[in-house]
Design a protein around this ligand. Structure first.
Ligand code: ADE
Ligand code: ZN
Length: 337
């Protein structure tokens, strides 16, 4: 078993589903609250950690948005992103496609330029100093209106060259993808790819809508897809990847135990599924912890782990040539164990 854990740690990997705000560790939250003079409800790092009590998506999101109050300056977004990149390096992540939620900040009066400026500066430093390549995904909050989404898209125009795709996240129930059809159409006209959280806690119909209406190239989570055999066929045939997040699913009670993770079933049924950490500061682990959790619970073989890692590059937004180069590195590293 430890040999498999070693393999997981040693393989170069891509992470495709990571909310940068969800990588805000209590230590940095506390430091930023003091640096910016922002009063938190908590008086220590320990009490922040102790407050991480939630067992559903909405209770988690309430904490997640409250925590963003410490992020005010461009440097704060830099520090947040740099901290994630150091963790990524430790986890042997060589390519990261990172989501950010500008509306969680602009709604508090933080300029869009500070948010994206700090994140992008850290990502370019991460490439130069740590060798980690990246893509950036602007996520719209689905509990806000499509109108507000359009305003955010407008603010993104000067930074178009920095952003690869738009996404859709936040509270899923009662906020179906249908509500954002026009916004995503506009984003596609502007040249952005699209992804969407769907089927995390919502029904398969939300995944169909993300594909048919939002033209998502990739579905974030997609747990409920396994309930619908036609959907499983479509995801397989059209090679639409799913970005699964095992520790997130467990913490938010989307699954009751790790053995219920759909990762192996999805693979066995021909879906290009990937493993990701979602909001690692909140869900108890970074990328390797997620791989190890599913590998142990689902008794994954060495070949299955290698397949998941290859999927992470295949499902990414890099070029075919870049994919081939990374897949070669995975092959080389696989031979070492
Ligand atoms: N925003 C951050 N994490 C999320 C998740 N797991 N689902 C929906 N929105 C999110
Ligand atoms: Zn997510």
């Amino acid at each position: 078993m430890t040999e498999l854990h070693d393999l997981i740690r040693l393989l170069p990997k891509a992470e495709l589903h990571l909310h940068i705000e969800g990588s805000l560790e209590p230590e940095l939250m506390f430091l930023l609250s003091q640096r910016n003079g922002v009063q938190l409800k908590y008086d220590s790092v320990e009490s922040i950690r102790a407050a991480y009590q939630f067992d559903n998506l909405q209770d988690f999101l309430d904490l997640y948005y409250a925590a963003t109050s410490v992020l005010l300056k461009e440097q704060d977004f830099y520090d947040l992103t740099w901290a994630y990149l150091l963790k990524a390096k430790e986890n042997n992540i060589v390519h990261a496609e990172i989501m950010f939620d500008p509306q969680a900040h602009t709604s508090r009066g933080v300029p869009f330029s500070s948010v994206i400026g700090g994140i992008y500066r850290a990502l370019t430093d991460g490439y130069e100093k740590l060798g980690i390549t990246f893509k950036l995904i602007l996520s719209f909050l689905r509990h806000l209106s499509q109108e507000e989404g359009f305003m955010t898209l407008e603010e993104a125009i000067p930074y178009k060259g920095w952003i690869t795709a738009v996404g859709l996240d936040s509270s899923e129930r009662n906020f179906p993808p249908d509500l954002f059809t026009d916004l995503f159409e506009k984003a596609r006209e502007m040249g952005f790819l699209t992804v969407a959280h769907a089927g995390e806690e919502g029904p398969p119909e939300y995944i169909w809508a993300a594909l048919d209406l939002l033209k998502a190239s990739r579905i974030d989570h997609g747990n409920s897809s396994t309930e619908d055999p036609d959907l499983v066929d479509v995801l397989g045939i059209y090679e639409i990847p799913l970005t699964s997040c095992p520790l997130s699913n467990l913490k938010l009670k989307v699954i009751q135990k790790m053995e219920d993770s759909p990762v192996k079933e999805m693979m066995d049924r021909g879906i290009k599924v990937t493993v990701n950490s979602d909001d690692p500061a909140y869900f108890g682990g970074y990328l390797n912890d997620n791989y190890i959790a599913v590998a142990d619970a689902l008794h994954l073989s060495q070949d299955e782990i290698i397949q998941l890692v290859k999927n992470s590059f295949d499902a990414s937004f890099i070029t075919d040539g870049e994919k081939r180069a990374f897949l070669k590195k995975v092959e080389e590293a696989s031979g070492v164990v």
